[in-house]
Design a protein around this ligand. Sequence first.
Ligand code: ATR
Length: 273
Amino acid sequence: MKKFIVIGNPIQHSLSPLVHNYWFEQNMIKAEYDKVLVEEKELGDVIQNIRQEKIAGANVTVPFKQKIIPLLDELSEVALKTNSVNTVYKKNNKVIGDNTDVFGFYNSLLELMPNKTIRSVLLIGAGGVSPSIVQALKNVSVNKVMIVNRTKEKFEVLKNKFGPLVQQILWEDLGHKKFDVDLIVNSTSLGLEKKDDLNFNFSSVNKNTVFYDVIYNPEQTSFLKQAEAQGHQVINGLKMFLYQAQKAFEIWNDILPTIDKQLLQLMKKNLND
Ligand code: ATR
């Protein structure tokens, strides 16, 4: 039986096994998918297991999406562009790192904002998932991404990758600056805990602005609750998560699985709101 894993730290909350095992069953593939808590020093062993075909594929999550890169033989074009890997597998005797987060974010926008032209975006956070978001925004022809992050220095990494597309906003300005943008994305981990709050001035935003939080568990962060209360369209990270999983499944199994009603129900049941 083929074995797949998701590695991260922490990992206990990952719903990837639920999704992939659902698709294995649906497509009658004899395989299993588990979550594995790993330390940074164990990343080499994971790659070795993939090289020896003990593991057919791995998803990589926080905090290893960059750290795994030096251990790989080859990167896909998207992984290179974003310097971020969330999907690993072996092909032609090489261990390859790919990135399906860009596909995930991009497809969630196409599905959930089908008729809206997105030109300008405010991105809150410059952590591991941010380059994938900026790359997906570039792919939908966004021409301005303002980035605000608590740690200023992290902006430079994105500036080096994306040049004039990205502009820095100071963290101190988040609470009082006016933002005339089509979309505001929270990519920070603030919101994972119920008490978390972003110091954001919702009344400074025009009514057509859509709010997106990459967090999907809880289903609605306080950030999205407040935005919805102000009448904004809000999007959580569930579809991004499912689309990135869908693409990883396709890379490994040559089948694009469906995100059907039953899967959505299964997800909902397992979210601990
Ligand atoms: P990653 O490994 O993806 O960088 P992370 O450390 O959880 O994961 O950080 C994700 C994002 O959440 C970062 O933008 C981080 O800001 P910093 O670069 O300043 O660390 C942001 N973040 C996490 N906790 C935060 C907090 N308490 N206040 C503001 N931003 C926070």
